[in-house]
Design a protein around this ligand. Sequence first.
Ligand SMILES: NC(=O)c1ccc[n+]([C@@H]2O[C@H](COP(=O)([O-])OP(=O)(O)OC[C@H]3O[C@@H](n4cnc5c(N)ncnc54)[C@H](OP(=O)(O)O)[C@@H]3O)[C@@H](O)[C@H]2O)c1
Length: 261
Amino acid sequence: MERIVVVGAGHMGSVIAGGLVDGVPQAEVVVVEPSAERRASLAGRAEVAAAYDPRPDDLLVLAIPPQAFDSFAESLPPGACAQTTVVSIMAGVRLETLASALGTDRVLRAMPNLAAGVGQSMTVLCPGDQVTAGGVDRARGALSVIGEVLVVRDESLLDAATAVAGSGPALVAYLAQSFTDFARGAGFAPADALLLTSQVLRGTAAVLSEPGATPESLYRQASTPNGTTAEGIATLRQHRVGESLRAALEATAERARELAG
Ligand SMILES: NC(=O)c1ccc[n+]([C@@H]2O[C@H](COP(=O)([O-])OP(=O)(O)OC[C@H]3O[C@@H](n4cnc5c(N)ncnc54)[C@H](OP(=O)(O)O)[C@@H]3O)[C@@H](O)[C@H]2O)c1
């Protein structure tokens, strides 16, 4: 039986572990977590342990804070991970760092987002050069329990992925606040303002997922000359909202590059 070990049962780790227990029933799922309270909250759902007991064929999912990685790696016996496939979701810890600290070339980095909690993460997965196609499939399969997975081969794309996908839900939520604020200001009850906004986001995402759809085709199609939408788009252009968003994404990606050192 395949064993998948999730290290760290915080926000992300517990969502991934829960998704694996429900979505990959044929796997043995083990959660390694130092906090007795968090272990207790998972007991009965997954196997729990206070420390990692390595086995050669494990798929190891590292969901610990980046600053905890060195002490985790140092706590393992030398060579313990030589045959292990390791997927790290730690922001800013490079493939090279993972491989040298864990003593294995079978390392992959993944950038999920907070929509993992509702099974709608956009996760970008980057395997190291030495990871086999089977290893990539194994990692992709495990991460697909929290949503979509896109595999990229160029590690530098993970910085842009952090901006667009990792921080994306928060950036979009910031913009969505203007919609809810406006609707509330116009007289809608808070819950109705949120319903209008969330359903608009859901509907827009669904339209953008149609074959051939692009953001530009959507807003052009909706903009009848001299109509209401055209007025809104013209105002966004006048206020340089597109440029502001590009600057925000660039700043987010730059911060990801800085944190990765
Ligand atoms: N949250 C997100 O939206 C998101 C998105 C993308 C990537 N990430 C990445 O995902 C990772 C986890 O984020 P998070 O938000 O889930 O953090 P979190 O809620 O702080 O969870 C981290 C967990 O790891 C545990 N831990 C620390 N050291 C450990 C060790 N040596 N062995 C086992 N468990 C250990 C912590 O336990 P204690 O609290 O007891 O120390 C905590 O339960 C981070 O590296 C972050 O960069 C998060």
